[in-house]
Design a protein around this ligand. Sequence first.
Ligand SMILES: Nc1ncnc2c1ncn2[C@@H]1O[C@H](COP(=O)(O)OP(=O)(O)OP(=O)(O)O)[C@@H](O)[C@H]1O
Ligand SMILES: [Mg+2]
Length: 269
Amino acid sequence: MRVAVANNKGGAGKTTVIAYLAEALAARGRRVLAIDMDPQANLSRRFGYGEAELVDMVTTAEVVAANTPGCAAQGIVGCRWSLPRHRELVERIDLLPARYDLEARVAEAGTLGAHERLERALDGIDEDYDVVLIDCPPALGHLTQLGLAAAESVLLVLRPEYDHLQGAIRVRDFIETYRRHLGRPHLHVAGVIINEHDRRRGLHHWHTDSVTDTFGTLLWSPPVPSRAALAEAIDAAAPLHGRGAATRPLITVFAALADHLEAQAHAAA
Ligand SMILES: Nc1ncnc2c1ncn2[C@@H]1O[C@H](COP(=O)(O)OP(=O)(O)OP(=O)(O)O)[C@@H](O)[C@H]1O
Ligand SMILES: [Mg+2]
């Protein structure tokens, strides 16, 4: 199953959700490939690959430029989390990294069939993975379109704030309008995750209700709470396992969200 994670609004927690959904899925034995389609390369750093070494690696920038069937295989590397007590978990997570010059691919957007280049590069990779998660940049331009055209469904991540909900609605409407143009007539929103929820804030309750009004049963529960322990793990490019009591409730939250993802996969099969 290939899932693109998107929101037109930046800083919603898309990359965070991919990292820790991948961890939750790997913890239950699933094989996960995470694809970084953001020139910020945040996901690549969070899986252990710094900007300096990415310069010498095959990344989504080269893979999209190459435009040959299956060429993504040449860029796939292992997640580098240091987790000695859960080594098998880490070994189940792979990454196709990004580099800042992925931005250069935008210039090809006008070329015939350019939006199919990631899809073509991923040809044949699915049999090695249970789930492929594609991290999109906070925009609806060419790089996100490459991600959408390679995906079967879309996961929206938003903070319980007005602008984030609008950004998510824009992605949903974009998909409905352009999925045929992207060669994905069945592309749809599979789920919506609220991130950085603070239950002490009335505004967050209010916007959670707005999300439910807008997306109905597509809203997955529970929301990801706003936690310093999560921001610290992300900052340290570390998984949630192995960080003591503070991250344990977050492991439970992402396990529940992984249940939703897998339920979608079974429904689609
Ligand atoms: N649940 C959370 N609790 C606390 N901090 C969080 C949480 N989720 C995300 N953050 C913080 O918000 C920052 C932005 O998150 P992230 O990079 O995942 O967003 P994004 O949607 O991928 O951003 P972009 O649009 O730039 O790609 C993180 O670096 C982290 O510090
Ligand atoms: Mg991101």
